[in-house]
Design a protein around this ligand. Structure first.
Ligand code: TYM
Length: 334
């Protein structure tokens, strides 16, 4: 809760290009929360440097991501959209929470194990303590919910543990957040290996639909999507490829799984894949057009960056000051 209103925080990394999983698992759901919550959506550039980044590319991608947030429908008058690096309170609370987090619990994080195995030459301490910075992000804004895809669930759980541990020593300082994960779209799978999630770090371009892919590319990628043996359009656990496409089609068209299976009864994979491609392309087209338009408006985007960082800092600093006082740090002399 913030100022008597429920609040929420979520964020995305500015590495790679946003894909359909990021959109359907998170961003698309964010748009419908703005009336009921005080919302904070961050471009988490501090998290991004746990893997080496080219400075110019990082800057470009961070701005593109922030612009995409707005293009996807987040109104910056109602939602606080900002860069994590512009609000130092994230890093300050991160340090404090580090001292309330155990090595053992961090070493159990599946994302850490996964990333460490992919970056063997750079298993840095930031990669290890990554979830603590996430906890700082979420707790700074006294978030009631955290809208994310399924892969972030474990990180919300450790955030809850850290918050409860802190509260048990110092009283009710932090709101204990709940994950907000939709039933469909929470785990969009790779188009090439449908037992793996769609991921920014996948080297195979055909495995992911990127938000800025054009219509032809989108349809081509769906046509090439790996599907299962058989030919029927059926959603089931032993058909991960076609089930993934049914789920994507359902969200893009607003149809349920049953409606989709009925619509394509007796039809083949080929026809269905084209229909999925077309539905996704028309869902993304307005976002792409808006992105083009916004990217040209430097003054507008700069204005959002400045004013929203100030708003985020205001709320973040309130929590940080409370924490510092509870811990026993000396007050500043004014
Ligand atoms: P990131 O950038 O990897 O992903 C951003 C969001 O997209 C969701 N997502 C998916 N959803 C469905 N299917 C997929 N294949 C898929 N891939 C990704 C993620 O669950 C996420 O919601 N650590 C976070 C960023 C972060 C954060 C936070 C999130 C930093 N601080 C605090 C929430 C709260 C990350 O790397 O997300």
């Amino acid at each position: 809760m913030l100022n008597g209103k429920k609040s929420l925080f979520s964020g995305m990394q500015a590495t790679g290009t946003l894909h359909l999983g990021n959109y359907l698992g998170a961003l698309k759901n964010w748009v419908e929360l703005e009336d009921d919550y005080e919302t904070f959506y961050c471009v988490v550039d501090l998290h991004s440097i746990t893997v080496r980044q080219d400075p110019a590319e990082l800057r470009r991608k961070a701005r593109a991501l922030l612009t995409l947030y707005i293009a996807a429908g987040l109104n910056p008058e109602k939602n606080c959209i900002y860069y994590q690096s512009h609000v130092p309170a994230h890093a300050e609370l991160n340090w404090i929470l580090n001292c309330f987090t155990y090595m053992g619990e961090l070493s159990r994080m599946t994302q850490y194990k996964d990333k460490a195995s992919k970056n063997e030459d750079n298993i840095n301490a930031g990669l290890f303590t990554y979830p603590v910075l996430m906890a700082a992000d979420i707790l700074l804004f006294q978030s009631d919910i955290v809208p994310v895809g399924d892969d972030q669930k474990q990180h919300i759980e450790i955030t809850r543990d850290i918050a409860q541990r802190f509260n048990s020593v110092y009283g009710e300082v932090f709101t204990i957040p709940e994950p907000y994960i939709k039933r469909t779209g929470a785990r969009i799978m790779s188009l090439q290996e449908p037992t793996k999630k769609m991921s920014k770090s996948d080297d195979n371009e055909n495995a992911s639909i990127f938000l800025l892919d054009n219509t032809d590319t989108i349809i081509r990628k769906f046509k090439r999507a790996v599907t299962d043996s058989g030919s029927e359009i059926i959603h089931s656990n032993d058909k991960p490829g076609i089930s993934n496409l049914i789920e994507i089609y359902g969200i893009a068209t607003g149809k349920s799984i049953d409606e989709t299976m009925k619509e394509f009864e007796g039809k083949g994979y080929g026809e269905f894949k084209i229909a999925v491609g077309e539905s996704v392309a028309s869902m993304l087209k307005p976002i792409q057009d808006k992105y083009e338009e916004l990217s040209k408006d430097k003054t507008y985007i700069d204005g959002v960056i400045k004013s929203n960082a100030e708003k985020a800092s205001y709320f973040a600093n309130k929590t940080l000051r409370k924490v510092q006082k509870k811990i026993g740090f000396p007050e500043k002399i004014k």
